[in-house]
Write a protein that binds this ligand. Sequence first.
Ligand code: K1U
Ligand code: ZN
Length: 173
Amino acid sequence: MAIMPILVAPDPRLKTKAKTVEKVDGEIRRLMDDMLETMYNARGIGLAAPQVGVSRRVIVIDVAGEDEDPNPIRMANPEIVWASEEEELREEGCLSLPEQYAEVVRPVEVKIRYLDYQNEIREIDADGLLGLCIQHEMDHLEGTLFVDHLSNLKRNMILRKLQKARKGQPATV
Ligand code: K1U
Ligand code: ZN
């Protein structure tokens, strides 16, 4: 397994719609495993392939707490087949918008259909942190970041803060 570099906004690859996976084969399984290792290394609870520069509809998630056993979930081509009418405002973070957080409104519960690690079609009902994280990761597959759900004012404030933080860092070669 390998740790991959995580892209940071405003990288244009984060704004691109990802391509459908034809089949979960060895190459996609390897990508899923590398993404999980990258996510755990970054202390995230989710990661989407575009965040590591790969235009494929693949996401990985593990919302288990530190005192619980790991519970990695690997999904290809996730689709929302049902979403609750009830919505909730909850705080989100993003490894591609480091140290920036904001509240976003999303459905409380969703039913997701996806291809699993064995290329089998599966469905799960997800609410709580899992439902929130799946919806956030699926947005990445459309080229959408959580800041795109905010007002122009709030989005620009976060993007400017990020730009300022990057300028303060030493230049990389
Ligand atoms: O997509 C990503 O960049 C991963 C992102 C997922 C996410 C976090 C919070 C709400 C919705 C989606 C992260 O893991 S950011 C890391 C983080 O802020 C966090 C870590 C553990 C629990 C809660 C947040
Ligand atoms: Zn994110």
